[in-house]
Design a protein around this ligand. Structure first.
Ligand code: ARG
Ligand code: ZN
Length: 471
Protein backbone atom coordinates (compact mmCIF):
# COMPACT_ATOMS: atom_id res chain seq x y z
CA UNK A 1 0.00 0.00 0.00
CA UNK A 2 2.60 2.41 1.13
CA UNK A 3 4.78 1.85 -1.86
CA UNK A 4 2.02 2.95 -4.18
CA UNK A 5 2.39 6.46 -2.83
CA UNK A 6 6.00 6.57 -3.92
CA UNK A 7 5.51 7.52 -7.52
CA UNK A 8 7.62 9.86 -9.65
CA UNK A 9 6.35 13.40 -9.18
CA UNK A 10 5.45 13.94 -12.86
CA UNK A 11 3.30 10.83 -12.77
CA UNK A 12 1.75 11.95 -9.49
CA UNK A 13 0.90 15.29 -11.03
CA UNK A 14 -0.72 13.67 -14.04
CA UNK A 15 -2.73 11.37 -11.77
CA UNK A 16 -3.95 14.37 -9.81
CA UNK A 17 -4.95 16.18 -12.98
CA UNK A 18 -6.82 13.14 -14.17
CA UNK A 19 -9.00 13.02 -11.08
CA UNK A 20 -12.38 14.31 -12.26
CA UNK A 21 -13.97 16.98 -10.13
CA UNK A 22 -17.08 15.64 -8.49
CA UNK A 23 -20.43 16.68 -9.93
CA UNK A 24 -21.00 18.86 -6.90
CA UNK A 25 -18.11 21.11 -7.96
CA UNK A 26 -19.93 22.09 -11.17
CA UNK A 27 -22.41 24.90 -10.74
CA UNK A 28 -24.60 26.90 -13.11
CA UNK A 29 -23.07 30.18 -14.31
CA UNK A 30 -24.85 33.25 -12.95
CA UNK A 31 -27.58 34.72 -15.21
CA UNK A 32 -26.02 38.18 -14.79
CA UNK A 33 -22.45 39.49 -14.69
CA UNK A 34 -23.16 41.63 -11.60
CA UNK A 35 -24.14 45.02 -13.01
CA UNK A 36 -25.74 47.31 -10.46
CA UNK A 37 -28.36 48.74 -12.87
CA UNK A 38 -29.05 45.68 -15.03
CA UNK A 39 -28.75 42.52 -12.92
CA UNK A 40 -29.47 40.20 -15.87
CA UNK A 41 -27.04 41.80 -18.32
CA UNK A 42 -24.16 39.56 -19.21
CA UNK A 43 -23.59 36.22 -17.51
CA UNK A 44 -21.19 34.53 -15.15
CA UNK A 45 -18.76 31.65 -15.58
CA UNK A 46 -17.02 32.37 -18.86
CA UNK A 47 -15.20 35.03 -20.81
CA UNK A 48 -15.71 35.43 -24.59
CA UNK A 49 -12.71 36.20 -26.80
CA UNK A 50 -14.34 36.07 -30.23
CA UNK A 51 -17.74 36.13 -31.96
CA UNK A 52 -18.12 34.79 -35.48
CA UNK A 53 -21.56 35.70 -36.79
CA UNK A 54 -22.72 34.24 -40.09
CA UNK A 55 -26.06 35.83 -40.93
CA UNK A 56 -28.69 36.10 -43.63
CA UNK A 57 -31.19 38.95 -43.62
CA UNK A 58 -34.25 39.42 -45.81
CA UNK A 59 -35.41 43.07 -45.88
CA UNK A 60 -38.81 42.14 -47.31
CA UNK A 61 -39.81 40.06 -44.29
CA UNK A 62 -37.34 41.18 -41.59
CA UNK A 63 -36.24 37.58 -41.17
CA UNK A 64 -32.76 37.24 -39.67
CA UNK A 65 -31.20 33.77 -39.63
CA UNK A 66 -27.79 33.06 -38.27
CA UNK A 67 -25.12 30.87 -36.83
CA UNK A 68 -23.06 32.36 -34.03
CA UNK A 69 -19.78 30.70 -33.10
CA UNK A 70 -18.58 31.93 -29.73
CA UNK A 71 -15.04 31.23 -28.56
CA UNK A 72 -14.73 31.55 -24.81
CA UNK A 73 -12.79 30.45 -21.73
CA UNK A 74 -14.54 29.14 -18.66
CA UNK A 75 -13.87 30.97 -15.40
CA UNK A 76 -15.48 28.34 -13.13
CA UNK A 77 -16.55 24.70 -13.30
CA UNK A 78 -19.87 24.94 -15.16
CA UNK A 79 -22.80 22.55 -15.12
CA UNK A 80 -24.60 25.00 -17.39
CA UNK A 81 -24.32 28.63 -18.47
CA UNK A 82 -26.42 31.42 -19.95
CA UNK A 83 -26.24 33.50 -23.09
CA UNK A 84 -28.31 36.64 -23.71
CA UNK A 85 -30.52 36.30 -26.80
CA UNK A 86 -33.94 37.60 -27.77
CA UNK A 87 -34.33 35.64 -31.01
CA UNK A 88 -35.19 31.94 -31.12
CA UNK A 89 -32.42 29.36 -30.85
CA UNK A 90 -32.88 26.22 -32.93
CA UNK A 91 -29.74 24.26 -32.07
CA UNK A 92 -26.86 24.73 -29.66
CA UNK A 93 -23.58 22.83 -29.68
CA UNK A 94 -20.86 23.05 -27.07
CA UNK A 95 -17.42 21.81 -28.09
CA UNK A 96 -19.08 20.08 -31.03
CA UNK A 97 -21.65 18.17 -29.03
CA UNK A 98 -25.36 18.89 -29.12
CA UNK A 99 -26.38 20.70 -25.94
CA UNK A 100 -29.72 21.12 -24.22
CA UNK A 101 -31.07 24.64 -24.13
CA UNK A 102 -34.05 26.52 -22.78
CA UNK A 103 -35.23 30.10 -23.30
CA UNK A 104 -35.65 31.55 -19.81
CA UNK A 105 -37.20 34.90 -18.90
CA UNK A 106 -35.61 38.26 -19.69
CA UNK A 107 -33.99 37.01 -22.92
CA UNK A 108 -31.77 34.51 -21.15
CA UNK A 109 -30.79 31.37 -23.07
CA UNK A 110 -29.81 28.58 -20.65
CA UNK A 111 -27.38 26.07 -22.14
CA UNK A 112 -26.63 22.69 -20.56
CA UNK A 113 -23.68 21.02 -22.26
CA UNK A 114 -23.62 17.24 -22.66
CA UNK A 115 -20.48 17.19 -20.50
CA UNK A 116 -19.94 19.71 -17.67
CA UNK A 117 -17.22 22.27 -18.42
CA UNK A 118 -14.07 22.55 -16.36
CA UNK A 119 -12.68 25.87 -15.24
CA UNK A 120 -10.02 27.62 -17.36
CA UNK A 121 -10.76 25.65 -20.50
CA UNK A 122 -11.43 26.87 -23.99
CA UNK A 123 -15.02 26.32 -25.02
CA UNK A 124 -16.67 26.77 -28.40
CA UNK A 125 -20.40 27.37 -28.54
CA UNK A 126 -22.35 27.26 -31.80
CA UNK A 127 -25.87 28.67 -31.77
CA UNK A 128 -28.19 28.43 -34.77
CA UNK A 129 -30.99 30.93 -34.44
CA UNK A 130 -33.60 32.92 -36.32
CA UNK A 131 -36.33 35.48 -35.84
CA UNK A 132 -37.77 38.81 -36.82
CA UNK A 133 -35.94 41.37 -34.66
CA UNK A 134 -38.77 43.90 -35.11
CA UNK A 135 -41.07 41.55 -33.21
CA UNK A 136 -38.86 41.65 -30.13
CA UNK A 137 -39.78 44.34 -27.62
CA UNK A 138 -38.16 44.54 -24.21
CA UNK A 139 -39.92 46.74 -21.70
CA UNK A 140 -41.82 48.24 -24.64
CA UNK A 141 -38.77 49.39 -26.53
CA UNK A 142 -36.53 48.09 -29.27
CA UNK A 143 -32.94 48.46 -30.42
CA UNK A 144 -33.95 47.29 -33.89
CA UNK A 145 -34.94 49.97 -36.38
CA UNK A 146 -36.85 48.60 -39.31
CA UNK A 147 -36.35 50.84 -42.35
CA UNK A 148 -38.11 50.86 -45.74
CA UNK A 149 -35.16 48.97 -47.25
CA UNK A 150 -33.78 46.95 -44.31
CA UNK A 151 -33.04 47.09 -40.61
CA UNK A 152 -30.50 48.44 -38.12
CA UNK A 153 -29.31 47.29 -34.69
CA UNK A 154 -28.01 50.24 -32.65
CA UNK A 155 -28.90 51.10 -29.06
CA UNK A 156 -27.41 51.53 -25.61
CA UNK A 157 -27.13 49.86 -23.13
CA UNK A 158 -28.53 46.90 -25.08
CA UNK A 159 -28.71 45.99 -28.74
CA UNK A 160 -27.05 42.60 -29.07
CA UNK A 161 -30.04 40.53 -27.92
CA UNK A 162 -31.90 41.75 -31.04
CA UNK A 163 -29.42 40.10 -33.37
CA UNK A 164 -26.93 37.68 -31.79
CA UNK A 165 -26.38 35.54 -28.67
CA UNK A 166 -23.72 36.97 -26.36
CA UNK A 167 -22.37 37.73 -22.94
CA UNK A 168 -24.06 41.10 -23.15
CA UNK A 169 -22.09 43.45 -20.93
CA UNK A 170 -19.13 45.82 -21.55
CA UNK A 171 -17.06 43.84 -19.03
CA UNK A 172 -16.75 41.02 -21.57
CA UNK A 173 -15.26 42.41 -24.76
CA UNK A 174 -14.28 40.32 -27.76
CA UNK A 175 -13.20 40.56 -31.37
CA UNK A 176 -15.86 40.16 -34.07
CA UNK A 177 -16.21 38.70 -37.54
CA UNK A 178 -19.64 39.55 -38.97
CA UNK A 179 -20.59 37.98 -42.29
CA UNK A 180 -23.98 38.96 -43.69
CA UNK A 181 -25.84 37.68 -46.75
CA UNK A 182 -28.31 40.18 -48.24
CA UNK A 183 -30.16 40.42 -51.56
CA UNK A 184 -28.08 41.84 -54.44
CA UNK A 185 -28.39 45.63 -54.56
CA UNK A 186 -28.59 45.85 -50.77
CA UNK A 187 -25.58 46.43 -48.49
CA UNK A 188 -24.73 45.19 -45.02
CA UNK A 189 -22.70 47.55 -42.81
CA UNK A 190 -20.94 46.57 -39.59
CA UNK A 191 -17.86 47.44 -37.52
CA UNK A 192 -14.22 47.48 -38.55
CA UNK A 193 -12.84 46.58 -41.95
CA UNK A 194 -14.84 45.26 -44.90
CA UNK A 195 -12.61 42.29 -45.71
CA UNK A 196 -14.42 41.12 -48.84
CA UNK A 197 -17.73 40.75 -50.61
CA UNK A 198 -18.98 37.99 -52.90
CA UNK A 199 -22.13 37.47 -54.92
CA UNK A 200 -23.96 34.46 -56.22
CA UNK A 201 -27.52 33.27 -56.81
CA UNK A 202 -28.91 36.77 -56.31
CA UNK A 203 -27.34 37.31 -52.88
CA UNK A 204 -24.28 39.27 -51.78
CA UNK A 205 -22.19 38.47 -48.72
CA UNK A 206 -20.38 41.18 -46.75
CA UNK A 207 -17.51 40.09 -44.50
CA UNK A 208 -16.59 42.55 -41.73
CA UNK A 209 -13.85 42.26 -39.12
CA UNK A 210 -13.40 44.26 -35.92
CA UNK A 211 -10.04 43.13 -34.58
CA UNK A 212 -9.80 44.95 -31.26
CA UNK A 213 -11.82 44.14 -28.12
CA UNK A 214 -15.37 45.38 -28.63
CA UNK A 215 -18.27 45.57 -26.19
CA UNK A 216 -21.42 43.81 -27.37
CA UNK A 217 -23.54 46.99 -27.43
CA UNK A 218 -20.96 48.58 -29.73
CA UNK A 219 -21.40 45.89 -32.37
CA UNK A 220 -23.76 47.11 -35.08
CA UNK A 221 -25.55 45.79 -38.12
CA UNK A 222 -27.26 47.86 -40.79
CA UNK A 223 -28.87 46.42 -43.89
CA UNK A 224 -30.26 48.71 -46.56
CA UNK A 225 -29.47 50.57 -49.76
CA UNK A 226 -26.50 52.82 -49.11
CA UNK A 227 -24.14 55.13 -50.99
CA UNK A 228 -20.69 54.21 -49.76
CA UNK A 229 -17.56 56.38 -49.76
CA UNK A 230 -14.12 54.93 -49.05
CA UNK A 231 -10.70 56.41 -48.39
CA UNK A 232 -7.49 55.83 -46.45
CA UNK A 233 -6.01 57.96 -43.68
CA UNK A 234 -2.44 59.26 -43.95
CA UNK A 235 -1.52 56.39 -41.62
CA UNK A 236 -3.16 53.89 -43.97
CA UNK A 237 -6.33 53.06 -42.03
CA UNK A 238 -9.35 52.34 -44.20
CA UNK A 239 -12.20 54.85 -43.98
CA UNK A 240 -15.72 53.79 -44.97
CA UNK A 241 -18.86 55.89 -44.65
CA UNK A 242 -22.34 54.76 -45.64
CA UNK A 243 -25.36 56.96 -46.35
CA UNK A 244 -28.82 55.62 -46.95
CA UNK A 245 -29.95 56.43 -50.49
CA UNK A 246 -33.14 57.62 -48.82
CA UNK A 247 -31.94 60.63 -46.73
CA UNK A 248 -33.93 63.22 -48.65
CA UNK A 249 -32.98 66.79 -47.78
CA UNK A 250 -30.50 65.62 -45.12
CA UNK A 251 -28.21 63.87 -47.61
CA UNK A 252 -25.93 66.88 -48.18
CA UNK A 253 -25.62 67.94 -44.55
CA UNK A 254 -24.96 64.35 -43.45
CA UNK A 255 -22.07 64.12 -45.89
CA UNK A 256 -20.77 67.56 -44.99
CA UNK A 257 -20.49 66.31 -41.41
CA UNK A 258 -19.37 62.69 -41.65
CA UNK A 259 -16.88 63.23 -44.46
CA UNK A 260 -14.94 65.24 -41.85
CA UNK A 261 -14.44 62.12 -39.72
CA UNK A 262 -10.71 61.85 -40.47
CA UNK A 263 -10.08 65.53 -39.73
CA UNK A 264 -11.95 65.25 -36.43
CA UNK A 265 -10.20 62.02 -35.47
CA UNK A 266 -6.79 63.58 -36.15
CA UNK A 267 -7.64 66.50 -33.91
CA UNK A 268 -8.89 64.11 -31.23
CA UNK A 269 -5.58 62.24 -31.48
CA UNK A 270 -3.84 65.48 -30.52
CA UNK A 271 -5.99 65.59 -27.35
CA UNK A 272 -6.45 61.89 -26.46
CA UNK A 273 -3.46 60.15 -28.09
CA UNK A 274 -3.43 57.50 -30.84
CA UNK A 275 -6.74 56.37 -32.35
CA UNK A 276 -7.37 52.92 -30.86
CA UNK A 277 -8.93 50.97 -33.77
CA UNK A 278 -8.27 49.59 -37.25
CA UNK A 279 -10.72 51.62 -39.31
CA UNK A 280 -12.87 54.76 -39.28
CA UNK A 281 -16.17 55.94 -40.59
CA UNK A 282 -19.82 56.51 -39.87
CA UNK A 283 -23.18 55.50 -41.25
CA UNK A 284 -26.56 57.16 -41.63
CA UNK A 285 -29.46 54.78 -42.14
CA UNK A 286 -32.98 55.99 -42.93
CA UNK A 287 -34.27 55.53 -39.39
CA UNK A 288 -36.88 57.75 -37.76
CA UNK A 289 -35.43 57.87 -34.23
CA UNK A 290 -33.18 60.80 -33.48
CA UNK A 291 -30.05 59.78 -31.60
CA UNK A 292 -26.50 58.85 -32.51
CA UNK A 293 -24.39 56.05 -31.06
CA UNK A 294 -20.65 55.39 -30.84
CA UNK A 295 -20.77 51.93 -32.48
CA UNK A 296 -17.12 50.89 -32.61
CA UNK A 297 -15.08 52.28 -35.50
CA UNK A 298 -18.28 53.28 -37.30
CA UNK A 299 -20.77 55.41 -35.35
CA UNK A 300 -24.47 55.33 -36.10
CA UNK A 301 -26.06 58.71 -36.89
CA UNK A 302 -29.75 59.41 -37.21
CA UNK A 303 -30.54 61.59 -40.27
CA UNK A 304 -32.25 63.96 -37.83
CA UNK A 305 -28.82 64.91 -36.47
CA UNK A 306 -28.30 66.76 -39.77
CA UNK A 307 -31.70 68.40 -40.16
CA UNK A 308 -30.36 71.92 -39.52
CA UNK A 309 -27.31 71.65 -41.74
CA UNK A 310 -23.92 70.15 -41.04
CA UNK A 311 -23.38 68.93 -37.46
CA UNK A 312 -19.69 68.29 -36.94
CA UNK A 313 -20.23 68.49 -33.20
CA UNK A 314 -22.09 65.15 -33.13
CA UNK A 315 -19.23 63.62 -35.11
CA UNK A 316 -16.82 64.96 -32.47
CA UNK A 317 -19.02 63.42 -29.75
CA UNK A 318 -19.24 59.94 -31.30
CA UNK A 319 -15.57 59.87 -32.28
CA UNK A 320 -14.51 61.01 -28.78
CA UNK A 321 -16.34 57.92 -27.52
CA UNK A 322 -13.94 55.72 -29.49
CA UNK A 323 -11.41 56.55 -26.75
CA UNK A 324 -13.85 57.32 -23.94
CA UNK A 325 -16.43 54.52 -24.00
CA UNK A 326 -15.22 52.08 -26.64
CA UNK A 327 -11.53 51.53 -25.87
CA UNK A 328 -11.98 52.44 -22.20
CA UNK A 329 -15.44 51.14 -21.29
CA UNK A 330 -17.59 51.36 -18.20
CA UNK A 331 -17.00 48.70 -15.56
CA UNK A 332 -20.65 48.98 -14.53
CA UNK A 333 -23.44 50.93 -16.25
CA UNK A 334 -23.55 53.30 -13.29
CA UNK A 335 -20.15 54.59 -14.52
CA UNK A 336 -21.75 56.13 -17.64
CA UNK A 337 -20.17 59.52 -16.82
CA UNK A 338 -16.73 58.20 -17.88
CA UNK A 339 -18.30 57.98 -21.36
CA UNK A 340 -20.75 60.84 -21.69
CA UNK A 341 -19.10 63.53 -19.58
CA UNK A 342 -15.97 63.30 -21.72
CA UNK A 343 -17.73 62.99 -25.09
CA UNK A 344 -19.70 66.16 -24.24
CA UNK A 345 -16.58 67.99 -23.02
CA UNK A 346 -14.86 67.10 -26.31
CA UNK A 347 -17.60 69.00 -28.13
CA UNK A 348 -16.81 72.02 -25.94
CA UNK A 349 -13.10 71.67 -26.75
CA UNK A 350 -13.90 71.50 -30.45
CA UNK A 351 -15.92 74.71 -30.11
CA UNK A 352 -12.97 76.27 -28.28
CA UNK A 353 -10.60 75.30 -31.06
CA UNK A 354 -13.01 76.48 -33.78
CA UNK A 355 -13.34 79.89 -32.10
CA UNK A 356 -17.05 79.36 -31.45
CA UNK A 357 -16.89 79.78 -27.68
CA UNK A 358 -14.42 78.39 -25.14
CA UNK A 359 -15.26 75.47 -22.88
CA UNK A 360 -15.37 77.96 -19.99
CA UNK A 361 -17.87 80.15 -21.85
CA UNK A 362 -20.08 77.16 -22.64
CA UNK A 363 -19.79 75.95 -19.03
CA UNK A 364 -20.84 79.39 -17.77
CA UNK A 365 -23.78 79.42 -20.16
CA UNK A 366 -24.97 75.93 -19.16
CA UNK A 367 -24.51 76.77 -15.49
CA UNK A 368 -26.45 80.03 -15.73
CA UNK A 369 -29.32 78.70 -17.82
CA UNK A 370 -30.04 75.95 -15.28
CA UNK A 371 -31.83 77.56 -12.32
CA UNK A 372 -31.16 76.15 -8.86
CA UNK A 373 -34.61 74.52 -8.79
CA UNK A 374 -34.16 72.86 -12.20
CA UNK A 375 -34.50 69.06 -11.74
CA UNK A 376 -31.33 68.94 -13.82
CA UNK A 377 -29.39 69.41 -10.56
CA UNK A 378 -31.03 66.45 -8.84
CA UNK A 379 -29.49 63.96 -11.29
CA UNK A 380 -26.15 62.67 -10.04
CA UNK A 381 -23.89 62.13 -13.08
CA UNK A 382 -21.65 59.79 -11.05
CA UNK A 383 -24.56 57.43 -10.37
CA UNK A 384 -27.67 58.65 -12.20
CA UNK A 385 -29.75 55.47 -11.88
CA UNK A 386 -30.88 53.29 -14.77
CA UNK A 387 -33.89 55.56 -15.43
CA UNK A 388 -31.69 58.63 -15.90
CA UNK A 389 -28.67 56.93 -17.43
CA UNK A 390 -28.84 59.18 -20.51
CA UNK A 391 -30.31 62.24 -18.81
CA UNK A 392 -28.94 65.51 -20.20
CA UNK A 393 -27.37 66.13 -16.78
CA UNK A 394 -25.02 63.15 -17.27
CA UNK A 395 -23.75 64.99 -20.34
CA UNK A 396 -23.88 68.67 -19.39
CA UNK A 397 -23.33 68.54 -15.65
CA UNK A 398 -20.84 65.77 -16.42
CA UNK A 399 -18.89 68.17 -18.63
CA UNK A 400 -19.21 70.94 -16.03
CA UNK A 401 -17.42 68.59 -13.64
CA UNK A 402 -14.53 68.45 -16.10
CA UNK A 403 -14.44 72.22 -16.43
CA UNK A 404 -14.33 72.43 -12.62
CA UNK A 405 -11.45 69.93 -12.64
CA UNK A 406 -9.60 71.93 -15.31
CA UNK A 407 -9.95 75.09 -13.24
CA UNK A 408 -8.76 73.31 -10.10
CA UNK A 409 -5.63 71.64 -11.51
CA UNK A 410 -4.71 73.80 -14.52
CA UNK A 411 -4.42 73.02 -18.21
CA UNK A 412 -1.13 71.15 -18.10
CA UNK A 413 -2.30 68.43 -15.72
CA UNK A 414 -5.83 68.46 -17.12
CA UNK A 415 -4.72 67.69 -20.66
CA UNK A 416 -2.14 65.18 -19.40
CA UNK A 417 -5.04 63.36 -17.76
CA UNK A 418 -7.21 63.49 -20.91
CA UNK A 419 -4.36 61.90 -22.85
CA UNK A 420 -3.16 59.53 -20.15
CA UNK A 421 -6.45 57.88 -19.23
CA UNK A 422 -7.09 56.19 -22.61
CA UNK A 423 -3.58 54.72 -22.39
CA UNK A 424 -3.96 53.67 -18.77
CA UNK A 425 -7.07 51.59 -19.50
CA UNK A 426 -6.79 50.91 -23.26
CA UNK A 427 -9.21 48.17 -24.40
CA UNK A 428 -10.33 47.67 -20.80
CA UNK A 429 -12.90 48.86 -18.30
CA UNK A 430 -12.82 51.55 -15.64
CA UNK A 431 -15.07 53.21 -13.09
CA UNK A 432 -15.73 56.76 -11.94
CA UNK A 433 -13.69 55.99 -8.82
CA UNK A 434 -10.80 54.85 -11.02
CA UNK A 435 -10.90 58.21 -12.80
CA UNK A 436 -10.95 60.20 -9.58
CA UNK A 437 -7.95 58.22 -8.32
CA UNK A 438 -6.12 58.70 -11.61
CA UNK A 439 -6.73 62.46 -11.64
CA UNK A 440 -5.46 62.69 -8.05
CA UNK A 441 -2.31 60.75 -8.94
CA UNK A 442 -1.49 62.83 -12.01
CA UNK A 443 -2.26 66.21 -10.41
CA UNK A 444 -1.01 65.37 -6.93
CA UNK A 445 -4.09 67.11 -5.53
CA UNK A 446 -6.91 65.72 -3.40
CA UNK A 447 -9.99 65.83 -5.64
CA UNK A 448 -12.58 63.74 -3.81
CA UNK A 449 -14.47 66.81 -2.59
CA UNK A 450 -14.56 68.40 -6.06
CA UNK A 451 -15.91 65.25 -7.70
CA UNK A 452 -18.34 64.67 -4.86
CA UNK A 453 -19.74 68.17 -5.41
CA UNK A 454 -20.04 67.83 -9.19
CA UNK A 455 -20.93 64.17 -9.61
CA UNK A 456 -22.77 63.09 -6.47
CA UNK A 457 -24.62 65.97 -4.78
CA UNK A 458 -28.25 66.45 -5.84
CA UNK A 459 -27.98 70.26 -5.65
CA UNK A 460 -26.59 73.05 -7.81
CA UNK A 461 -22.92 73.62 -6.84
CA UNK A 462 -21.30 77.05 -6.84
CA UNK A 463 -20.11 78.18 -10.26
CA UNK A 464 -17.11 76.44 -11.88
CA UNK A 465 -15.38 79.77 -12.43
CA UNK A 466 -11.89 80.14 -13.81
CA UNK A 467 -9.24 80.41 -11.09
CA UNK A 468 -5.53 81.19 -11.13
CA UNK A 469 -4.68 77.57 -11.80
CA UNK A 470 -7.02 77.37 -14.73
CA UNK A 471 -5.76 80.45 -16.56
N1 ARG B 1 -24.07 57.07 -26.20
C1 ARG B 1 -25.07 57.69 -27.01
C2 ARG B 1 -24.52 59.07 -27.28
O1 ARG B 1 -23.64 59.20 -28.06
C3 ARG B 1 -26.38 57.77 -26.33
C4 ARG B 1 -27.41 56.86 -26.77
C5 ARG B 1 -28.68 57.28 -26.16
N2 ARG B 1 -29.65 56.28 -26.17
C6 ARG B 1 -30.84 56.48 -25.64
N3 ARG B 1 -31.68 55.51 -25.65
N4 ARG B 1 -31.17 57.64 -25.16
O2 ARG B 1 -24.82 60.02 -26.65
ZN1 ZN C 1 -22.45 59.97 -25.99
Amino acid sequence: MHRRLIVPSALAASLLLAIPASAADFKPGAPGIGDSYYPNSGNGGYDVSHYDLRLKYQPATDLLEGTATIVATTTQNLSRFNLDLGLKAGEVRVNGRVAKFRAGGDHELEVTPAVPLEKNKSVTVVVRYAGKPSELKIGGWTAWHRTPDGGVAAQEPDSAVWWFPSNDHPLDKATFDVSVLVPDGTQAISNGVLQSTSSRLGWTRYNWRSNKPQATYLATLAVGKFDITTDKTAAGLPVLNAYSKDLGDNAGSARASIERTVEVAEWLESVFGPYPFNSLGGYVPNVTSGYALETQTRPFYSPRQFANGANVSVVVHELAHQWYGDSVSVADWKDIWVNEGFARYSQWLWSEKEGEGTAQEIADYVYQTRAADDPFWTVKPGDPGAEDQFHIAVYDRGALALQALRNEIGDEDFFAILKGWPQEHAYGNASVADFVGYAERVSGKPLTALFDTWLYQPVKPSAPTATEAGI
